[in-house]
Ligand binder design. Sequence first.
Ligand SMILES: Cc1cc2nc3c(=O)[nH]c(=O)nc-3n(C[C@H](O)[C@H](O)[C@H](O)COP(=O)(O)OP(=O)(O)OC[C@H]3O[C@@H](n4cnc5c(N)ncnc54)[C@H](O)[C@@H]3O)c2cc1C
Length: 232
Amino acid sequence: MDIKLIAYTPNPDRVCASAAFTSWKKLSTKELFEELSDKEAFDFLRMVLGFGHVSVAEHATFTFSIKGISRAASHQLVRHRIASYTQQSQRYIKFKKDEVECVIPKSIEKSRFGKEFREMVKKIAEFYERMSKEIPVEDSRYILPNATKTNIVVTMNARELLHFFGLRLCNRSQWEIRELAQRMLDEVKKVAPVLFENAGPRCKELGYCPEGKLSCGKMPTKEEVLRGVLRK
Ligand SMILES: Cc1cc2nc3c(=O)[nH]c(=O)nc-3n(C[C@H](O)[C@H](O)[C@H](O)COP(=O)(O)OP(=O)(O)OC[C@H]3O[C@@H](n4cnc5c(N)ncnc54)[C@H](O)[C@@H]3O)c2cc1C
């Protein structure tokens, strides 16, 4: 996969810090944006985010170009509703058989099914191309697998990104969407280090795993934490 942050709110940390300060100061947001020292601005932003007052993070948005993820992963991505998406169309684009590319999970690649998987994909691509010559591509695409690569652009604000990272960086999350989330986090951390300094799976913020019996086991579950508290 190829993930690029192609656009974002300039000075995202400062914009959100000034927004946060607007509720506490007589100055306008513009004055705060121009006059706050980095220390004042970022300490305050850390404090407000720490309180869980994350609405201030909605003032910064980030747009990612995402190339070469599977349709299985893009379907998981678009379940996140506080975002804007535009995806490569399988109706407007008629692929040639050699252009039908698939993501092959390592588990398949390393297994005895790897070769067979690739042969199947080739056969499917040939069949798709043959059908596309006679019937609308919007119908011939029905044969394409979940593994088919796609391109998509997504815009999310920092609050939704923090939520998305919380869910999708969890070890319980599927490997491809987890890898996508990690690459997106790597990108935004470069331009908004304060907003995303504590971004991570939900257990990082909560101090326990909210997945209960399905926990990966790296963190205590909520029940275990509560039992510990009650024992004390
Ligand atoms: C490990 C894992 C396993 C999953 N397994 C499955 C599965 O088996 N089947 C399946 O269908 N999905 C599954 N999902 C997807 C999951 O159910 C959510 O659809 C997805 O994670 C989007 O999360 P969300 O709804 O919290 O957030 P978003 O859509 O990103 O929305 C962010 C927040 O906004 C608020 N919000 C958004 N829309 C509404 C609304 N209409 N009403 C009220 N509040 C709203 C909520 O507080 C929400 O948390 C899985 C996700 C994960 C991480």
